[in-house]
Design a protein around this ligand. Structure first.
Ligand code: SME
Length: 148
C-alpha cells in the first residue's frame, strides 16, 4: 500500500516542481515492491523530456506517439502494459523491464507530463496498484499546481 497521506505531507507546499518530482519519485519507488525504474517525463512541444527518477539512466527524449510513454500522451489516460516485450514500439531503456504503467499528469487541464514505472516482472500493475498510483498522481498534480 502506498501511504498517500505521507506522500501529500512530503510534497504539498514545496516551492519548486523539481523538488516535488524528485521526492515523489523516491517516495513511490521505495513504497512499491518489484520495480526497476520510476520517474517523470515532462512534455514540451510534443516531446517528453526526462525528469527526476529512480533507477538506471534512461532515454532523455521521447516523441509524442512513440513507445508506451508517447502513446500515453496521445490517449491522455493511464496505460498499463502487462508484457512490454509484446508492445509494438516499446522503448527499452532498461532491458530488465517486463511490465510498465504510464499515468499522464495535468496542470490546470493541460498535459504537463507523466509518471512512468517499470517492473522486472510481467503483469506487475494490477487494477488495485493502478488505482493507488492514480490517487498518488492526483496528489502530485495538486502539489505541482501550486509550485513554480
Ligand atoms: N519504456 C518507455 C520508455 C521510458 S523508460 O521505460 C524509462 C516507453 O516505451 O515509452
Amino acid at each position: 500500500m502506498i501511504d498517500l497521506q505521507s506522500l501529500k505531507a512530503l510534497i504539498d507546499g514545496n516551492k519548486y516542481k523539481v523538488t516535488i518530482l524528485s521526492n515523489a519519485s523516491s517516495f513511490l519507488y521505495h513504497s512499491i515492491e518489484n520495480l526497476n525504474w520510476l520517474g517523470f517525463y515532462i512534455l514540451n512541444d510534443d516531446t517528453l523530456y526526462l525528469g527526476p527518477f529512480q533507477g538506471r539512466i534512461a532515454c532523455i527524449e521521447i516523441p509524442k506517439g512513440k513507445g508506451v510513454c508517447g502513446n500515453t500522451i496521445l490517449i491522455d489516460k493511464p496505460l498499463v502494459v502487462d508484457n512490454v516485450l509484446e508492445y509494438p514500439g516499446h522503448i527499452a531503456c532498461d532491458s530488465n523491464s517486463r511490465s510498465e504503467i504510464c499515468i499522464p499528469l495535468h496542470i490546470e487541464g493541460k498535459t504537463y507530463g507523466l509518471l512512468d514505472i517499470d517492473s522486472p516482472i510481467f503483469n506487475r500493475f494490477d487494477e488495485s496498484l493502478k488505482n493507488e498510483l492514480i490517487e498518488a498522481s492526483k496528489i502530485i498534480e495538486e502539489a505541482l499546481e501550486k509550485a513554480i
